[in-house]
Structures are given as C-alpha cells and as structure tokens.
Write a protein that binds this ligand. Structure first.
Ligand code: SF4
Length: 253
C-alpha cells in the first residue's frame, strides 16, 4: 500500500480530533454555568478531563501514524489502536462528507492503515490457524454448487471463477477457508474456527465493518475487483492473497 493512500485516513483523523474538540468546547460552554451550580470547580474539572481525553486520542493517532510510516508498532497494543480508531470513525466520515471525499476512498485508506498496522505488529502475531474469509460474490453466478458456510468442498474446481484457485491455495497452506454470505455468518465462522488472524477479501464497505467488528483480531484486508459491477462475478488478485499468506507464514512467535 502506498503511503499516500494511508495519509488520507490519518489526515482526516486529525481533522476529526479537531472536530471533536470543537464540538466538546461548544458543549462545555453551554453546560458550564449549570455545572458550576453543583460546584464552582466542576466546569474546570470536566474541561480538564475532556482535554486529557482528546489529548490521549491525538497521541494515539500520532502513534498509529508513526507505526504505519516506520513499519513497527510504537508503544501500542492492538486493543488501544482499535479503540482510538473506533472513536475516530464517526467524525472522520462526518468530516469527509463535509469536504466532499467519497466514503469508499476513505474506507480504502482505512484498510491501508489497518494493513500497515497488522504488518507493523508482525512480531506480536500469535501462531495459530489462519482463516481465509471470502465473499459469496466471488463465485460465478452460473455455478449451481452451494459453497457457502462449510460447503466449500462442493466447488468442482472448474476454474470458471477464482474460488478454485483460492481453495487450492488454502489446501496448500493449511488455511481454514470460508465463503460467507454476510457478517452474521462470518462472525459465526470466526467464533468456530478461532483463528489467530484473518485474510479477508471483500469490498470497501464489508472489509471496513469486518475489520472493525473483529478487533483486536488481526485482519488483513484485500479488496475484490468488480469488472461486472458490485456484488456479481467479482474476482481478486491472487498475488495479493499469496503475499498476505506469505506474510503471516513468516510472522508471529
Ligand atoms: S470454480 Fe468452483 S465455485 Fe467457481 S464456478 Fe467452478 S465449481 Fe463453481
């Protein structure tokens, strides 16, 4: 992933922190007279606590940015990283709407930041099962075989879609592989397989929500390709999947 792609989420995140501070300042200004009715020092205490909270978020974002640039985790656990990102999501998307950047562009940048953080945490990755999580739209619409859930072995390997190549890869590298029809099935499979990490293929929206839902589990996201439009006969760059498998194979302890 290029640095430029990651920069966007970090930059809008910084703007998001500013937006939160401004909203909190207005809220503080409005409620301060009421708070002082309880105790004269209460507005100061609430204001100082809020400032400390925002400073922590800003420091968190700075450390995320530094980790993605130098390719090493800096002072940060995956759990704290995910908390900072979760807090920043609403203001980031609000701000991107205000300045006219489309949501998919921001989501692609978020996925790039997430992947860089997964890569930066390579020394902390736990060993264990790797799950290859695929969207149903990769399957050819002409195929009548039911392959979702635990039925991937129903793929006849005809080669009309990329599923057969992905199944071969999964067998070669002893990966768990699931084709999921949605988030509910994906969550159920993750609960059953209990993977150490996930390589997920999906569109911007599903990858973003899947990565967020799975925190602090490391999820390496790969965007699908949509030559026939969204959700239909999609495909994926197999080299990117192979690179991700090689990364997890060489990482961990
Ligand atoms: S490769 Fe498998 S899933 Fe794809 S069309 Fe052939 S049988 Fe169906």
């Amino acid at each position: 992933m290029e640095l430029g792609e990651k920069k966007l989420f970090i930059a809008i995140g910084a703007g998001g922190v500013l937006l939160l501070v401004m909203a909190a300042a207005v809220a503080w200004y409005l409620v301060a007279p009421r708070l002082s009715g309880f105790h004269e020092d209460l507005p100061l205490i609430v204001g100082a606590a809020a400032l400390l909270g925002f400073a922590a978020i800003a420091v968190g974002l700075g450390i995320i940015a530094l980790s993605t640039v130098i390719g090493r985790r800096v002072l940060f656990s995956q759990r704290i990283t995910s908390t900072v990102i979760r807090i920043l999501f609403p203001p980031v998307f609000m701000l991107s709407r205000i300045i006219g950047i489309d949501r998919d562009t921001v989501k692609r940048s978020f996925i790039a930041v997430n992947n860089a953080l997964v890569a930066a945490g390579r020394d902390t990755l736990k060993s264990g099962k790797l799950l290859l999580l695929l969207p149903h739209c990769l399957q050819s619409t002409d195929c009548r075989n039911k392959i979702t859930g635990g039925l991937i072995e129903n793929c006849q390997g005809c080669g009309r879609c990329v599923i057969s190549s992905l199944l071969t890869l999964a067998r070669e590298h002893d990966l768990a592989l699931t084709v999921a029809t949605g988030g509910t099935l994906a969550r159920r499979v993750i609960g059953e397989v209990k993977p150490a990490a996930i390589i997920a293929v999906a569109c911007e929206t599903d990858l973003t929500s899947g990565i967020r839902d799975s925190y602090p589990l490391p999820v390496y996201g790969i965007l699908n390709e949509r030559p026939h439009g969204p959700c239909r006969d999609t495909t994926v760059n197999l080299d990117r999947v192979k690179e991700a498998i090689a990364f997890f194979a060489s990482a961990g302890k």
